[in-house]
Design a protein around this ligand. Structure first.
Ligand SMILES: [Zn+2]
Length: 318
């Protein structure tokens, strides 16, 4: 979009000429159809086609197979990565981020320490510049002893980074037009590791995005009780890959999304997404997108309109 605003040229021009130029610029702005994005979205947007140059926010629901990973690119040029999929896909994930021109993750969020969410973390942390890392604090007897968890902690240590505990009520980022806050976990102890999931709400202008990790019924109920209708979001990343353990009727009613994104692997062993959840979403007239069917899904917004693009290159190794 360089050159769209040739206003900075310091040249003396007559008032009518300036006036005409301003009208032309406004008209060009009004009618331009974002030339760098192009129709169809068949290619990876170039690194400078997002963020500061367009003023738009871009939210990628990355196709990491049976797992979760979402990349948010802010107009400031800052990046937020929520989860990093399975370790198998780590190579592909970092290559994809590289392709998008993402070299720094300003806010890295591990929703909860399950392998399909933190598998790629060690590689992301080692290879990219990292700002802050958020992780929920789980009860001592539930702290994982898995290789992926250890690898993530090793990578954090090697880089001299520190972990910040993510919990309900935190505001992670607040800028002119953008705000990121955590709505869960609200408790110190849950029976299921999934319920420790950090649930993040992103507000950009008039638009809102909810990222739920694998939060289940118990956490959803707490959020409904605590936040009620302010859970309302335009785009919902459906909890727990569309499992029937999540997206309870009460939660869906409070969130009332326009779009729902389900992140899961093709023909996965868990039967995700469950039929019951698809029916519930369909009955609520929510438009559903699925990474197993559509690959990486890109939702962008100027703060008012929302644009959904599919047909982007697949991230999961096929
Ligand atoms: Zn999961």
């Amino acid at each position: 979009m360089k050159g769209l605003f040739p206003i900075t040229r310091r040249k003396k021009e007559s008032i009518p000429a300036l006036f005409a130029a301003v009208i032309l610029i406004i008209a060009a702005w009004f009618f331009a159809s974002d030339p760098e994005r192009g129709p169809g979205g068949l290619s990876v947007p170039s690194s400078d086609a997002v963020g500061s140059e367009t003023g738009d926010i871009s939210v990628y629901y990355l196709d990491v197979g049976q797992g979760d990973s979402e990349l948010i690119r802010l107009p400031t040029g800052e990046n937020i990565l929520i989860d990093a999929g399975l370790s198998d896909g780590a190579e592909h994930l970092t290559a994809y981020l590289e392709q998008l021109g993402v070299h720094k993750i300003d806010y890295l969020i591990a929703t909860h320490p399950h392998a399909d969410h933190i598998g790629g973390m060690a590689k992301v942390i080692s290879e990219l510049e990292i700002g802050k890392i958020y992780l929920p604090k789980v009860a001592d007897d539930q702290v994982p002893t898995t290789r992926v968890y250890e690898n993530m902690l090793d990578a954090v240590k090697k880089k001299g980074l520190r972990l910040t505990q993510g919990k309900a009520g935190m505001t992670v980022l607040e800028q002119d037009n953008a705000r990121l806050e955590f709505l869960a976990p609200a408790k110190d102890e849950y029976n299921d590791l999934n319920n420790y999931s950090i649930v993040a709400k992103l507000t950009f202008g008039k638009r809102t995005f909810l990222f739920t990790g694998d939060a289940e019924k118990e956490s959803e109920q707490q959020m409904v009780k605590k936040y009620g209708d302010s859970l309302r979001s335009d785009v919902l990343k459906v909890g727990h890959h569309g499992s029937s353990s999540s997206t309870t009727a009460g939660f869906l009613k409070a969130v009332l999304p326009q779009y729902a994104i389900i992140s899961c692997g093709k023909d996965n062993d868990y039967g995700h997404p469950h039929k019951e959840i698809l029916s519930r979403l369909s009955a609520a007239k929510v438009k559903v997108y699925r990474t197993d069917e559509q690959g990486t899904i890109l939702v962008s917004s100027d703060g008012t309109d929302l644009t959904v693009k599919t047909g982007l290159p697949l991230l999961a190794a096929s």
